[in-house]
Design a protein around this ligand. Structure first.
Ligand code: ADP
Ligand code: ADP
Length: 236
């Protein structure tokens, strides 16, 4: 489904990502691992064009998304839901509204811009929260929640966006072990239950081994490992 072909990103004299080629079948749960500065975040951000590639192509079902602009670029971005280390919720808004913001990508009419949501849309958002066991905090301000709860709200927001792929950039880096599990379980549910492809940058090799069906190791912008978690030996 997703093919990265000779993808590079140069900042000045340094290549943040250097000639990366990967084939990612639909429905995979791919962990990208590597030290800080390896190029993981830049790689993810090129997929939805938050960062423009310096060279290479990104093919989605054969179409090169590095060439899209305007409405078609917007549509591709809506197909990619992003999860960030710092959750990126609107803290002063309630949890349900934060989830509904994911719908804005899909229903950009005047009604949703005025946040006049239908009962049906609210029900969808509430059911998304319920799947991650946080429906009970739907009316609370987002910034009153724990980090793990906030990240699950972000995952519910991603789900109602109905993406084809989830790009998660260090989603658990600011969480304690208990919240780490609830958040990784939520991503796993999205992947297995809805078949949504997950591309996830992780700092923890243990977590990556536990949840991902494939690991891509990066160092200095290049892919240095690509395979099943069992095949990754500690000396790589
Ligand atoms: P990782 O996510 O693995 O920590 P990054 O993709 O954030 O790695 O960074 C890869 C390299 O690119 C680093 O050397 C970083 O300093 C550099 N880099 C990332 N973003 C920028 C930017 N906007 N401007 C200049 N250099 C950048
Ligand atoms: P440190 O404790 O010095 O930061 P670690 O050994 O804990 O170093 O690893 C740091 C990062 O390097 C981790 O995020 C992990 O994803 C990555 N890493 C560790 N071992 C490997 C490996 N064999 N192949 C690819 N990446 C690895």
């Amino acid at each position: 489904m997703l093919v990265l072909d000779g993808l590079s990103k140069r900042y000045g004299d340094t290549f943040a990502v250097a000639d990366v080629s990967l084939e990612i079948p639909a429905g995979g749960f791919v962990g990208i691992i590597g030290r800080s500065g390896a190029g993981k975040s830049t790689l993810l951000r090129m997929v939805n064009r938050l960062a423009e590639p310096s060279a290479g192509r990104i093919l989605v079902d054969g179409q090169d998304v590095t060439r899209l602009s305007g409405r078609r670029l917007h549509s591709w971005r809506a197909d990619c839901a992003m999860i960030f280390q710092q959750f990126n919720l609107v803290g002063r808004l309630d949890v349900l509204t934060n989830v509904l913001l994911g719908r804005l990508q899909r229903t950009p009419g005047w009604r949703s811009l005025l946040k006049l949501w239908t009962h049906e849309e609210k029900a969808i958002a509430l059911s998304a929260l319920d799947q991650f066991d946080i429906a009970q905090v739907a009316a609370q301000r987002a910034d009153s929640l724990s980090g793990g709860q906030q990240q699950r709200v972000a995952i519910a927001r991603a789900l109602v966006q109905e993406p084809r792929i989830i790009l998660a950039d260090e989603p658990i880096a600011s969480l304690d072990p208990r919240n780490t599990k609830t958040v990784m379980d939520a991503l796993l549910r999205i992947n297995k239950h809805y078949g949504i492809t997950v591309l996830c940058n992780l700092h923890s090799l243990d977590i990556a081994r536990l949840y991902c069906d494939r690991l891509v190791g990066m160092a200095a912008g290049r892919v240095v490992f690509d395979g099943a978690p069992e095949a990754l030996t500690d000396h790589v």
